[in-house]
Design a protein around this ligand. Sequence first.
Ligand code: ADE
Ligand code: ZN
Length: 350
Amino acid sequence: MHTLPTIAPERLPDLLAASPKAELHIHIEGSLEPEMIFALARRNGVALPYDDVEALRRAYAFTDLQSFLDIYYAGASVLLHEQDFYDLALAYLARGATDNVVRAEIFFDPQTHTARGVSMETVVRGLHRACVDARARFGISAALIMSFLRHLSEEDAFATLEQAMPLLDHIIGVGLDSSELGHPPEKFARVFARCRQLGLHVVAHAGEEGPPAYIWGALDVLHAERIDHGVQAVHDAALVRRLAAERIPLTVCPLSNQKLCVFPELAQHNLPQLLAAGLVATVNSDDPAYFGGYINDNFRQTFAALPALTAQHAWQLARNSFEASFAAEAERQAWQQRLEACFEQHAQRG
Ligand code: ADE
Ligand code: ZN
């Protein structure tokens, strides 16, 4: 398609929902809905410090990243068996398919589970089996990214990598998440170098709450191919130029940023600024069960709050998500064609 078809503004919400899209920033433990937490707690005989689903939901009032992480790690304690990880991932992928997610690159935090005595094999086998079944059942392409917890040591990350060695066929890359401030990327230089030698893709959370220096570190020291969040990049013009020139994607998560008070309101989110600077920004859900929305909720609410965002941006964001994906070129091209067909359809029917 050479020129973008004209889309009537009132058709934009439908178009956002119907567009095929890749979700590149989703923590599978962050898709654990309160109802599933209670169901798994019952199934596994785990005691919870909340009386019911409503009481747990009421605790989801966050002031910053750490206030969220404390509750998020506690919620994950109900995941014990391979079937639990399977059920969790299959539920997310089924939900994603209804949002027209054609590709999901899913983070998991093995150290959250291995620290409780759950084996790496239990985690990865359950998640992987869900990815395989979701492809057959919903036509969604899915892959796993193992994320190291940055509040733990590099030695702990090395031990985690060692446990994952027999399962690397099921893992496309590694990431870095958890408490950002005080834990710069440099802390993990050696383990990421080893992961790259092993042929794994490399991404890292940086510039969510942390300064632009952490984004530079993720690029120069970890050699990250994508930056997760990265919204603080706007405070450093040279960094913005570098990200644009090298087409380093940012996996932006607007509802997460709002709920963790990175931006006071969605209307103040800098997504339009990132796109205007030519950055390969994408829209993602991060931890949808905790932040009140899956990927289409992120698109819908962000576009509603920011009138500067138009059908042209919707197009660019979906396109960026395919460009930023680690899927094979043929698959990415096929999704791009579906995107073009979707836009044509929304233009014609108006
Ligand atoms: N783990 C889950 N969600 C996260 C986020 N938004 N930032 C850092 N670590 C996370
Ligand atoms: Zn994240």
